[in-house]
Design a protein around this ligand. Structure first.
Ligand SMILES: [Zn+2]
Length: 341
């Protein structure tokens, strides 16, 4: 290589390297900027004074920033009641901005429905004294919150930047409370986790179910006990709600009796679907265990068409088998044993 060509090549390489460094710095600056991850939150008005932010029916990814969850707020005339704070600090901050775009009223109560991370890791954005949850949710967040947050960092990356666990300091009891013109009923249920809060607005007929109800998406079961969960669905169904805001999936209105299938299982498609899924899951795992299938055989079981139609059902079924199959196998053994003797 002659010396002129060498110099030119060297200069070109250096300028290319400089551009690359500038490019990397620009990306790093964008990611570290105050705005962080943009969730593009758009509140949807679903009833008088009542707004919902509907997340995606997906698994946690880098691209969705863990926004797979529904959050909501009610503007009562004497302050805003918030239901769940979302999956990250950025989400919580943008959720506050979204609320401020609708009302100037202060946020007076934030109710955390249960201890799963996509529902409470936005807590940092809200005043600590406004954060409320059931007692077992509070102890669950204190115990497992950091491990859950680390897992979400792993799955959703930069969107989680700066997120830290804030344990709600205020325990809420089941029963009625009023804020402004709205009368609410807090229900203390369980089954999806050990403590699942649902909130019913008696005036608007809107029922916020947390993750006791999923719509169009397979339920998650890492801390589930299916029998109590089914009992909780009965309680929710009996409230006669007009609109259901599920923890995940679309908001839906009650169907008139004339449009319900026979036998009508619920005026709420989301409750019926969650119940059908849980019953199917329970029966499938029980049968597999009684037939003596091992876990890899249970994992390979085919999903019926109505289950396949639900978003992320293949991955949730695999997770559910790993969560629930050991207990199903144990039950089958105990059952066989009690029959033999
Ligand atoms: Zn959950």
């Amino acid at each position: 290589m002659n010396s002129t060509l060498y110099k030119r090549t060297h200069v070109l390489l250096r300028s290319g390297l400089r551009h690359l460094i500038l490019f990397v710095l620009a990306i790093a600056t964008t990611l570290a900027s105050a705005d962080g991850f943009d969730y593009a939150l758009k509140p949807q008005r679903i009833a008088d004074d009542t707004w919902v932010l509907v997340g995606r029916s997906e698994d946690f990814t880098i691209a969705n920033g863990a926004n797979i969850v529904n959050t909501a707020f009610v503007v009562t005339g004497a302050g805003v009641v918030v239901i769940d704070s979302g999956p990250s600090r950025y989400y919580g901050e943008q959720f506050r901005q979204a609320i401020a775009s609708v009302t100037a009223e202060p946020i007076v109560k934030v109710l955390i429905t249960h201890y799963h991370p996509d529902h409470f890791l936005g807590n940092q954005a809200f005043a600590l004294e406004t954060l409320h949850a059931l007692p077992d949710t509070i102890s669950g967040i204190a115990r497992d919150g950091n491990a859950f947050a680390e897992n979400l960092y792993r799955l959703s990356g930069d969107a989680m930047h700066g997120t830290e666990v804030r344990v709600p300091p205020k325990a809420i009891a089941p029963g009625p409370f009023s804020v402004g013109t709205h009368r609410f009923e807090v229900l203390a249920l369980d089954g999806h986790t050990g403590a699942d809060l649902a909130l019913f607005d008696l005036g608007t007929g809107v029922l916020f179910t947390g993750d006791l109800v999923f719509n169009g998406r397979a339920p998650t079961t890492p801390h589930a006990r299916i029998e109590p969960w089914l009992a909780s669905l009965e309680r929710l169904d009996a409230l006669g709600a007009r609109i259901i805001v599920p923890g995940h999936g679309a908001v839906s209105e009650a169907m008139p009796a004339s449009q319900q299938g026979k036998p009508a299982s619920s005026p709420h498609v989301s409750i019926a679907q969650t119940r059908d899924y849980l019953r199917w899951l329970n029966a499938t795992l029980k049968e597999a265990a009684e037939q003596g299938l091992d876990m890899s055989e249970a994992l390979a079981l085919p999903l019926p068409p109505q289950i396949q139609r639900m978003a992320v059902s293949a991955s949730e079924f695999r997770r559910s088998v790993s969560h629930l199959y050991p207990a199903a196998e144990q039950d089958a053994l105990t059952h066989a044993h009690s029959h033999r003797y």
